[in-house]
Design a protein around this ligand. Structure first.
Ligand SMILES: [Zn+2]
Length: 598
């Protein structure tokens, strides 16, 4: 992929306050005069947005979404919409507008088999997790895979090679790459910047008159004199819906003091589906003043990971629930904040009651609101002294502790943090001490260099050494890769936790699924193997039949490689020889050989 952050993702071009007819329809309209007025209003909004319906839908089955644009995902915001495909694969995919094929990317993970089309209006459409391309595109992709002797290819055909017409079948839906079930991932991007924009603003309207659901809010003390309910830790309240709006359960008036931040847990649903989808825009008002406005009309692949600052990361790691913070930390560079008064933080030192209001919207403008009050109430609190090291988010920092060194560049963190590092006496490992560095609840934006000094690492294993993260509950080792040099094992890490050194000396495993030596494969259309590697992971594989490289397709989630017999390349009615070689990242090799008749 040209864009290395593509798996992961910004808000400018489309005004977030655009209201669509569905929004308006949803609201209770009693007066016919009002209806006339609103109809006129809708008309004017529509005409302000001539781009709408510029594209047709990419599939011709009824459209239900299992994911929306800007939805909160792991380490990124979702950059497209996920259209359900009835639990099946193989539905035709249609070009949403005239244009030309600009890219074909084939990968064992991420988007899987993905097709990109550039359109004359400066937008591109992207179709991901496909099972198959059209015959012409399949031939082109395969030729390139054989030429490069690689399943994984990223192809950029020239502008005049594959022109497409709106409505032309270009591919078939699938479940390839990191897809968790059959669906099509569909994106619209600004061709020049590659910034994804909200596809729902461009394709025909999907039925949706359901407003987002607000589940809870959390209030965070942010200054050294602040408290929430007399406590110095964040506090959470459940939201309940009655009288057409959301309230806090029990109509609680929150007591707080000092500088505070507020966060919200909310989801959106669309008609005819139970899939939990994302919120388009969140506004926060303090006594009718808009202090915060976050909107996902456009995203940026290079900034997607800042989601770990946008959400309460620690809460997410503890409870797998994402609370969106309504204030911005200094090291969070997301462009989606349209309004930030005092960075969204509230100053509650006036002894008064503040009327707080949240307004959250989906793309079509269906809106939910939550009203509650916070009483500024001073309670003397003491924040405990910490033994940990202070790291300023905008300064580099070098941490050295016995056999461990961690080198952080500036802006590795989103805000000032406190960390510690200690040797874990009660945890042992073969080749080095076990260190606890920082906490897994602290989010990290950029890689830092992590070095550990080995203690009992034999010379013959130096080339096999890696740094591993240890899960303290299971003892499981997860490879962070790395290399031995100058008496240290070094790697780049983007997580905190328990670390030590391990050595990967075990070759990958190859399990033949439908072949064995001297087998007759007359009725088989393909040959499959399950391939896996315990520690460092699979770096590469090569399949050879009768001395020639053949295309094995790789599905990482299924740990499976598959060769489909190609009558143009393998002649029938004779004995063939297959040879498979797999290498892990520490160059341990596994091979498989067999003869078969077909
Ligand atoms: Zn998707």
């Amino acid at each position: 992929m040209t864009n290395k952050n593509e798996k992961s993702h910004t808000c400018f071009t489309i005004p977030c306050n655009v209201n669509y007819p569905e929004t308006i329809r949803k609201q209770t309209i009693k007066s016919s005069i009002l209806i006339i007025f609103i109809s006129l209003f809708c008309f004017s909004v529509q005409s302000q947005n001539p781009k709408k319906n510029y594209f047709s839908a990419p599939v011709k089955i009824p459209i239900y979404l299992s994911g929306t644009f800007g939805e909160l995902r792991s380490n990124h915001f979702h950059t497209g919409i996920d259209i359900k495909t009835q639990g099946k694969t193989g539905f035709p995919v249609y070009a949403v507008e005239n244009g030309y094929v600009s890219r074909i990317n084939i990968s064992p993970s991420g988007y899987g088999l993905a097709l990109y089309i550039n359109h004359p209006n400066g937008k591109s459409s992207v179709y991901g997790h496909l099972s198959k391309l059209s015959p012409t595109l399949t031939k082109y992709a395969k030729e390139n895979q054989y030429k490069k002797k690689s399943f994984q290819v990223n192809l950029f055909p020239s502008k005049d090679k594959f022109p497409v017409k709106k409505g032309e079948i270009i591919a078939y839906t699938g479940n390839s790459g990191s897809s968790g079930g059959p669906h099509i991932h569909f994106e619209i991007r600004n061709t020049k910047t590659e910034h994804p924009v909200n596809p729902l603003l461009y394709i025909p309207e999907i039925k949706d008159n359901i407003a987002p659901k607000i589940q809870s809010i959390a209030v965070y003390p942010l200054s050294y004199d602040s408290n929430v309910s007399g406590k110095i830790t964040p506090q959470q309240w459940t939201a309940v819906f009655y009288n057409n709006t959301y309230h806090l359960k029990g109509n609680t008036v929150i007591q707080a003091y000092g500088e505070i931040g507020i966060g919200i847990q909310a989801l959106d649903y669309l008609n005819g589906s139970w899939s939990k989808c994302g919120i388009y825009e969140t506004k926060l008002f303090d006594d009718d003043t808009l202090v915060y406005d976050f909107c996902v009309s456009e995203l940026n692949f290079n900034k997607g990971r800042y989601i770990n600052s946008h959400i309460d990361y620690a809460w997410y790691r503890r409870h797998y629930v994402r609370i969106q913070k309504s204030w911005k930390e200094p090291g969070n560079m997301l462009d989606n904040y349209k309004q930030l008064k005092n960075n969204g933080k509230l100053s509650l030192r006036d002894g008064k009651i503040h009327k707080i209001r949240y307004e959250i919207k989906d793309t079509y403008g269906n809106t939910s609101s939550l009203d509650f009050s916070i009483q500024s109430h001073r309670i003397p609190v003491t924040y405990p002294d910490s033994q940990r090291l202070n790291v300023a988010w905008d300064q580099p920092f070098l941490l050295k502790e016995k056999g461990l060194t961690a080198d952080f560049e500036k802006e590795t963190f989103y805000t000032n943090i406190q960390i510690n590092c200690r040797e874990k006496e009660n945890m042992s490992s073969k080749f080095a001490a076990v260190y606890e560095l920082g906490s897994k609840y602290i989010p990290i934006q950029n890689y830092y260099q992590l070095s550990i000094k080995p203690e009992n690492l034999p010379k013959r294993l130096q080339s096999k050494a890696i740094i591993v993260a240890i899960d303290p509950a299971s003892g499981h080792h997860q490879s962070l890769g790395g290399k031995y040099s100058d008496g240290l094992v070094k790697t780049l890490a983007r997580q905190f936790g328990y670390f030590t050194i391990d050595a990967d000396t075990v070759p990958p495993s190859i399990i033949p699924l439908n072949i064995k030596n001297k087998k007759t494969l007359i009725n088989n259309l393909r040959i499959s193997f399950k391939i896996s590697d315990k520690l460092s992971g699979i770096k590469s594989y090569t399949g050879i039949i009768d001395g020639k490289w053949v295309l094995f397709e790789y599905d990482l989630k299924k740990q499976r490689i598959t060769y489909t017999f190609d009558p143009e390349k393998i002649t029938f009615g004779k004995t063939h020889h297959i040879n498979l070689t797999i290498s892990d990242y520490k160059d341990n090799l596994a091979t498989y050989e067999a003869s078969f008749y077909r």
